[in-house]
Write a protein that binds this ligand. Structure first.
Ligand SMILES: [Zn+2]
Length: 191
């Protein structure tokens, strides 16, 4: 995918300032360094005390992401309905002798927990790299957003490479909407 310059104002740091309040999640600094590894660019939409929200360049804004120093998730909102979460990873950093561990892993895994040299290394292992892999391996390869519901009861969303096959069973309760994942190129060329 060709990267275009952002057309909307970005949250880029002013060059004259070295401090910022609220502080950015650690992901932001990591992303600036690793941005070229992403097949789809991120667009920063907003920030509050602990988190930032983002969307994906060229992808339908129904997909929107949320990140903080303990979670990265991507959810689908469409027609005023929260359909589903399509990506979600979390971490609970704890300082120990020699570095940081994840408390969730400590509870789940038997044996000594893996100790990371610093918090950034733990977050990159648990949040940043899995997110990058999801963007490049799943999102960048997908073409369709499939929204399925049993009205008034369940909603579900997935991103897929092929559109789902139509079901002809009259007892099948699910209602499915299939939407193109990508926004058509709008003709604006930003140089
Ligand atoms: Zn963990």
């Amino acid at each position: 995918m060709t990267k275009r310059k952002q057309t909307k104002p970005t949250l880029d740091e002013p060059t004259h300032s070295t401090t910022r309040w609220p502080p950015r999640p650690l992901f932001f600094r990591w992303w600036k360094k690793h941005r070229s590894r992403f097949l789809i660019d991120l667009h920063w939409d907003s920030q509050d005390q602990e988190s930032m929200e983002f969307s994906f360049e060229g992808i339908r804004p129904a997909l929107h992401g949320f990140l903080s120093d303990c979670r990265i998730s991507v959810a689908i909102d469409h027609a005023e309905v929260s359909w589903d979460t399509v990506f979600d990873v979390d971490v609970k950093a704890k300082r120990v002798r020699g570095g940081y561990i994840c408390e969730w892993c400590e509870e789940a895994v038997t044996g000594p927990p893996r100790v990371f040299a610093n918090r950034s290394a733990l977050l990159s292992n648990h949040l940043f790299e899995p997110f990058l892999e999801w963007v490049n391996e799943k999102l960048a390869k997908a073409h369709w957003l499939v929204l399925s519901a049993i009205p008034e009861r369940i909603t579900m969303a997935e991103i897929t490479i092929e559109p789902p096959a139509a079901k002809h069973d009259p007892s099948y309760e699910w209602v499915t909407h299939v939407l193109p994942l990508r926004i058509p190129f709008n003709g604006n060329i930003v140089t």
